[in-house]
Design a protein around this ligand. Structure first.
Ligand code: WT7
Length: 644
């Protein structure tokens, strides 16, 4: 068997699940034993959600890249590790075998070392979806540097904030990126970001689009020229740094309910074990399969399920540079056909967007290689589930609905393809090692409620009561925030921020965030962050952001904005607000709707009543509930009348 820890049947799942709860340390020690360690761990798990403190495989030493790369050379050094499909179907792609990938990673390690990167240094990576993004990620991991990948759609200001928070002295970027018919000027965005970051010592720039860029003498260097120097010196091997299991592997920033994005920290040992375990089990990867995850490596899905999970399993992972709808809405199906993709992992928003083009773009593409489909990022609605299953999977491919979060490192609740049953719109069962609990507002266990058909449903806030190896360990530089955000609401539990219900067979259905966080096209957007951006516009006094149902994005961003009386709200003010948000955060956070109002509904203590604004944005004008506690109930009528 290729993966000794791959679950083969529902009975085996039940048995493994039971074992993982009864004897978690024994269970995870057995899985971890299938990896290469320089030194075995002294203690499998030490934890307290009260402090909070989580340590897995303490004292163990390893390097994740040896497990991703070196380990596979003997058996499958010439098998494809990465298939790269460029943005433009007319340009040439690239396939890298495990051997070639390791060589390139080691070359870049030499480049990083030449430029002063040491173990523990933070390296910010800001690139498009090119193979060099995976190479840069792995090179950091091999040298023991902590990567902080920033999605290529974020603005200069967002990069500055992240660089500052992590005190990253090194940046790896490219001249530009291709996305559909757009060229993204990555290097010039970095230049703008670095105007505020004098602590950045080196910028390594990949030439990719050929866009004209400026290079700062002494700070900036070209990737290809550096590699040439290294090659001329003739030092092909680069030994992997020996890392403690609990040394940080990466930081990834994500939005929360407060203004500032937080740096989620994952560590080497536990993350490795969980990324690989979940990949192999959820997707039921078989040696030789071609696996295609359509996420961007700038998000956690790309970290865990384009780079680390697949490579740890010795899989072939496809990296696609472009977007689903360019040059036409058949682009994914073209890729599936061309590369004989077996496993396709994508997001509900992409499915809904492709659905809107009908089935015509699918015609003429042979999708018979597909065996497994996957969905992630937000609750998948029934219609999208059925369309994906029927028109793409032709009714014969198991579809996994995978629930998890940046903080989790890997999938926590999902069916296992073809092994445990799928239920449309349900993430279904927890993976072994994952112990979910549903609690009410006060933290008491939620109680089942009998339904008319005799079944019962339990609904509540989704928490996890026991650590798993892939969970995050802190928020970078601010452990108190880690505690406050995730472990304070319900003592002794990790709180996900999601609402959820469970049927009487133990299947989970996630309903969405219960905090002030939106999920727009599968991207997490903090309402406070967008409000802060809008409020910084000189014509704005205050604003409130809420989500509303959006056909394609899942949730759209609705902004209620109070303008300074000296400024007339209108087209110009609208444009200025959109520009400010794009400038401060990035285009992904732009409001879909802006409504200018004379005031916001507030309680007598000055708190904005978001519940009411949410109802108005949704169009549920008759179910606003009690508005009598408002400071000025009249404002609600005005807002209702002016709804856009
Ligand atoms: C939030 C996490 C790691 C996944 C990519 C997004 C929502 C994610 C599902 C799903 C229902 C889902 C949750 C979660 N979510 N997957 N299968 N069903 N909701 O990562 O940015 O950390 O966002 O995405 O609301 O809390 P993220």
């Amino acid at each position: 068997m290729a993966y000794p820890y791959q679950i083969q049947s529902k009975e085996q799942y039940d048995a493994h699940y039971r074992e993982s709860v009864e004897n978690p340390e024994g269970f995870w020690a057995e899985v971890a034993g299938h990896f290469q360690w320089h030194k075995p761990w002294e203690k499998v798990l030490d934890w307290s959600f009260e402090e909070p403190r989580i340590e897995w495989f303490r004292g163990g030493r390893l390097n994740i890249t040896e497990n991703c790369l070196d380990r596979h050379l003997e058996q499958q050094g010439d098998r494809p590790a990465i298939i790269w499909e460029p943005n433009d179907p007319g340009s040439e792609g690239l396939t890298l075998s495990y051997r070639q990938l390791l060589d390139k990673v080691m070359q870049l390690c030499h480049v990083l070392r030449r430029n002063g990167v040491q173990k523990g240094d933070r390296v910010c990576i800001y690139m498009g979806m090119v193979p060099e993004l995976a190479i840069a990620t792995l090179a950091c991991a091999r040298i023991g540097a902590i990567h902080s990948i920033v999605f290529g759609g974020f603005s200069a200001r967002s990069i500055t904030d992240r660089l500052e928070d992590a005190q990253a002295a090194f940046v790896i970027t490219a001249d530009g990126a291709h996305r559909g018919n757009k060229a993204i000027p990555l290097k010039s965005v970095i230049d703008e970001a670095l105007e505020q970051c004098a602590f950045v010592k080196k910028v390594i720039v990949l030439r990719h689009t050929g866009t004209a860029i400026s290079m700062k003498e002494g700070r900036d260097c070209y990737w290809d020229e550096e590699v040439k120097q290294v090659a001329a010196a003739g030092k092909p091997f680069f030994p992997a740094e020996s890392m403690d299991a609990e040394d940080p592997l990466f930081i990834l920033y994500t939005s929360g309910s407060t203004g500032k994005p937080k740096g989620v920290v994952h560590t080497c040992g536990g993350y490795m074990v969980y990324a690989s375990y979940s990949f192999v089990n959820v997707f039921q990867y078989q040696p030789g399969d071609v696996y295609f995850c359509t996420a961007d490596i700038g998000w956690i899905t790309g970290h865990s399920y384009i780079v680390y999970g697949p490579l740890l399993a010795g899989a072939t992972t496809l990296i696609f540079e472009g977007i689903p709808t360019w040059p036409d809405a058949g682009r994914f199906w073209d890729i599936v056909d061309k590369h004989r993709v077996n496993i396709l992992y994508t997001a509900p928003t992409a499915i809904r967007s492709l659905m809107s083009f009908g089935t015509e773009p699918i015609e003429g593409h042979d999708l018979s290689s597909l065996k497994v489909l996957g969905s992630v990022g937000e609750p998948i609605n029934e219609e999208a589930w059925q369309w994906f299953h029927e028109h793409i999977g032709k009714g014969r491919c198991p579809l996994v609905d995978t629930w998890w979060q940046t903080e989790n490192g890997g999938i926590l609740i999902s069916n296992l393809a073809g092994v445990t049953p799928a239920i449309p719109t349900f993430a279904t069962l927890p993976l072994p090692g994952i112990q979910p609990v549903l609690v009410d507002e006060k933290g008491a266990p939620a109680q089942p409620v009998k339904q008319e058909d005799g079944s019962s449903i339990t609904s509540g806030n989704l928490c996890i009561r026991f650590p798993w190896p892939g969970m995050f360990r802190t928020t970078y530089g601010d452990h108190e925030r880690f505690r406050q955000n995730y472990f304070a609401a319900y003592p002794g539990l990790y709180f996900s921020g999601d609402g959820c219900y469970r049927d009487d067979k133990g299947n989970y259905r996630i309903t969405g965030r219960v905090d002030d966080v939106l999920n727009v096209s599968g991207h997490r957007i903090g309402t406070a962050e967008v409000e802060n951006a809008i409020n910084s516009d000189p014509s704005v006094i205050e604003s409130a952001i809420v989500g509303y149902p959006h056909d394609i994005k899942g949730q759209g961003v609705y902004a209620f904005v109070v303008c300074d009386p000296e400024h007339t709200p209108g087209e110009e003010a609208r444009k200025a607000i959109l520009q400010t948000v794009t400038h401060l955060i990035g285009a992904i956070a732009k409001p879909d709707k802006i409504q200018f109002v004379s005031g916001l509904p507030k309680t007598r203590s000055g708190k904005i009543m978001r519940r009411i604004l949410r109802k108005i944005a949704e169009g549920a004008l008759d179910s606003l509930g009690d508005t009598s506690t408002l400071l000025d109930p009249g404002v609600v009528e005005e807002i209702k009348a002016g709804r856009v």
